[in-house]
Design a binder for this molecule. Structure first.
Ligand code: GLC
Length: 785
């Protein structure tokens, strides 16, 4: 109550950290090889070490019994057969595989994970694995000089999380989102450590409240959970991209989203009537501003009852959706988990009669207050409930809706704790567990149910799902927006590291509320945010009730034309973005990347918060402060060309770059290429022409990339209906060779050639195009300069 006064720093409030006494796992008593791995019996508990793949090792501590190895919500992969040898002497046991060496010191039990050369990745010092009587489990690990930490899902603050401390407990946080505001909506108990260019990752597979403390000591860091087993995976890289691949091997990849979901989304809390929505859509068409989606926030419903429309304000939703569809615009409605307590509301009645709501052990339904007032909450941890929830979405899909926005699914409740009573007992597919244990997966399970239901109803079409809450693996079902930020420049700045860290945490399809949710935006902030949004994987302008309207035309013609330029740019870049989304769906490597992912040996990139990469060859360096038109841009090794001016800049240094309000600094690496389409109109979004821009290099650089395309809306790509063309660009002193190497897949797009523009050619350089006789796409030189 007095937390926001000086009482918060009253001397009597000091917590003594030393009172936390952990019981160490103790000394090794015995070890044996089992089917699943190696079991270690220690004086104070048991540990299993399991080689999950050649590069991923899992460690599970259970203080009471032999560890259980099943029951993960996040991990969808089975352990592989990995050949491992064990050697033992007086002091230690060593487990050796082709790629790893795990040394286990016997007294006390301490684990060192090293690569096959013996280079230590993750080790322990005087503290190791331990627990407390209250059920808390913890692992202390040695901090090495030069350790940089990334990931942790959705966190505010800087890119590099060294010296930070995080909690994972899905929380509805309205607006503050300060650097220290923690936890937020998502819980992804995972991080990556980068040390001298090499990386490893740790995933703590535990749904209880978890803590990551990279702050309290110079000697060690720790990760802990309030209960459950200490169950963690070490992903041994060696590169940061390898770690992401390994993490998404465990927790799954994002399926390729429908193309329309990668376009521009317009939202507001709320567009309150059919008339308003139609007017909005017409504005986009009239002004030739691209838009793919209009979101309907809570006002579309009848008294905030999900699976209803307010028939006074939205008399004919089917027709609205059909008419907008003809304009090339889709409608995505918000769906919250809280079901209004109303004896005449069929969804509530079904929930009660069919026993679908979260209940206490004693049998009472849990009620909490959210938008509709007193509400019950479906128990998504139960398969029966997930099935029911999925089926209910036929209401939306029958209207022509293909995308759903899940909000308030932490779950948010308007009370002191901000959420459900932790004593609620979830059904949990036959293994009942308290909300204290399952809180962090409530939103994840809701997303699973929604995605599965929509997928079934859409009959072969790809659903789009947006969620606020989630857990590790959420990328399998949903994209994520970063919740209720504010219309502050600081929040625009924060967007970059936040979305980059989400990408590192396996969630490639993420973005902020462009323009800021709370508070009033202004023209300059909105323009600069749109420039960033044009390149964030998820691109939605959204703002809160009571704030100024922030549609692209609300700030005069000059600003409108700049925003239009960047929203159109998003669509011109769509082929490039789509290929990166495809890549993310295969490898897990995010679309929007911190520079260190491509340049892990370059320490200057380790905490670069105000620049990002799109793929492996494009750097975006937006202006993130008001009234400023110059900024420092760091370009890593190689030469870089300014996308707008064609000017070449030497890498390995900082440049001062000028960017008026209508300019966004974009740099393309020399020797590489990007593929672009064109902007036609809202009703004709599929490009008929594809252009490849090649930025000539000089030093025998070879750049290989894949152009990917498919129908953008069905799952037929799974059965081979896609087009994948390998293109190679080789720059030598006297020529730039561009060749089509290989083609795969049966999809035939609307274009049959790629127009080639070559930029930055040196005087002596010729352009040589080499087509592949069997390829369905041919290269055609359009310009050189
Ligand atoms: C929450 C969401 C926000 C939404 C609002 C009303 O605050 O985070 O995006 O507009 O609820 O539904």
């Amino acid at each position: 109550m007095l937390d926001d006064t000086s009482f918060a720093i009253h001397p009597g409030n000091k917590k003594d950290a030393n009172t936390e006494v952990y019981r160490d796992i103790g000394n090794l008593k015995f070890f044996k090889q089992t089917n699943a791995g190696f079991l270690f019996g220690c004086s104070n508990g048991f540990v299993v070490i399991q080689f999950f793949t050649e590069s991923i090792v899992r460690v599970v501590m259970n203080q009471h019994d032999e560890p259980m190895l099943n029951g993960s919500y996040a991990v969808i992969e089975e352990p592989a057969q990995v050949k491992a040898d064990a050697a033992e002497d007086n002091k230690q046991v060593t487990l050796i595989t082709a790629k790893l060496r795990i040394a286990i010191q016997k007294s006390p039990f301490r684990i060192t994970v090293a690569d096959s050369n013996g280079t230590v990745l993750l080790d322990e010092n005087e503290h190791g694995m331990a627990y407390r009587e209250n059920g808390e489990v913890i692992a202390f690990k040695k901090k090495h000089s030069g350790d940089h930490f990334y990931g942790f899902g959705e966190k505010s603050g800087h890119l590099d999380k060294s010296g930070e401390r995080f909690e994972m407990w899905n929380t509805d946080v309205y607006a503050p989102h300060n650097p220290e505001t923690d936890p937020l909506y998502q819980s992804i108990p995972y991080f990556m450590t980068l040390r001298n260019g090499k990386a490893y990752g740790v995933f703590l597979d535990n749904t209880f409240r978890t803590m990551f403390n990279m702050k309290s000591s110079e000697e060690y860091f720790s990760f802990s959970a309030e209960g459950g087993q200490l169950d963690y995976y070490v992903m041994t890289g060696p590169g940061p991209k390898d770690v992401i691949q390994q993490y998404t091997h465990l927790t799954g990849k994002m399926p390729i989203p429908p193309k329309w979901a990668l376009g521009y989304h317009q939202s507001r809390y709320s567009y309150e009537s059919e008339g308003e929505v139609r007017g909005l859509a017409k504005n986009f068409i009239k002004r030739d501003i691209p838009v793919d989606v209009i979101h309907l926030d809570i006002h579309y419903m009848n008294g905030y009852r999900v699976f209803t429309f307010d028939k006074e304000k939205f008399p004919d939703p089917e027709k609205l959706i059909r008419d907008l569809g003809e304009m090339g615009i889709r409608v995505v409605p918000i769906v919250d988990p809280g079901i209004k307590k109303d004896a005449e509301y069929p969804i509530y009645r079904e929930g009660v009669t069919d026993n679908l709501f979260c209940k206490y052990l004693e049998g009472d339904i849990y009620f909490g207050n959210v938008w509709p007032g007193t509400s019950a909450f479906p128990d998504f941890t139960d398969g029966k409930v997930r099935g029911w929830w999925g089926k209910k979405h036929k209401y939306y899909s029958d209207m022509g809706i293909e995308g759903i926005w899940n909000d308030m699914n932490e779950p948010a409740v308007f009370n002191e704790t901000k959420t459900m009573d932790t004593a609620v007992m979830h059904r949990n597919d036959g293994v009942p567990a308290a909300h204290r244990e399952l809180h962090n997966i409530y939103g994840f399970k809701m997303a699973e149910a929604t995605y599965a239901g929509m997928k079934e109803h859409l009959d072969g079409k790809r659903p789009f799902l947006l969620t606020r809450a989630g857990f590790a693996g959420i990328q399998r079902y949903a994209s994520v927006w970063t919740g209720d930020n504010r219309s502050f420049w600081e929040h625009l700045q924060m967007t970059l590291p936040m979305v980059m860290n989400l990408g590192i945490s396996g969630v490639p399809f993420a973005g902020p509320d462009v323009g800021g949710f709370a508070h009033d935006t202004n023209a300059e902030l909105l323009v600069r945010w749109m420039q960033v949004g044009a390149f964030t994987p998820f691109f939605r302008n959204h703002s809160a009730i009571g704030t100024v309207y922030q549609e692209p035309w609300k700030f005069g013609l000059k600003n409108e034309s700049i925003m239009k330029k960047y929203i159109q740019m998003r669509y011109k870049w769509m082929p490039q973005l789509y290929k990166l989304f495809h890549e993310a769906s295969v490898s897990g490597i995010p679309v929007m990347r911190p520079l260190f992912l491509e340049y892990p040996d370059d320490a200057k990139t380790y905490n670069l918060n105000d620049q990002f990469m799109i793929g492996d060859n494009v750097i975006i360096a937006p202006i993130l402060v008001p009234s400023i038109t110059d900024r420092a841009v760091y370009l890593p090794e190689g030469n870089w060309l300014n996308f707008e001016t064609g000017e070449t800049y030497a890498g390995g240094q900082v440049h001062l770059i000028h960017a008026e309000l209508d300019e966004l600094p974009i740099f393309i690496k020399a020797g590489t290429a990007i593929v672009q389409g064109e902007w036609n109109s809202n009703t004709e979004k599929t490009p008929k022409q594809i252009t490849m821009d090649i930025y000539a290099g000089t030093n025998d650089e070879t750049y290989r990339f894949t152009h990917y395309d498919d129908d953008g809306e069905s799952f037929e790509y799974v059965d081979g209906s896609y087009l994948q063309v390998q293109i190679e660009v080789k720059s030598t002193l006297d020529a730039v060779h561009i060749s089509i190497r290989e083609q795969e897949g049966s999809y035939r797009p609307a274009y049959d050639k790629i127009n080639v523009n070559v930029h930055g050619l040196h005087k002596q350089q010729r352009v040589i195009l080499e087509n592949h006789e069997d390829s369905m796409l041919s290269l055609e030189l359009k310009s050189r300069g």
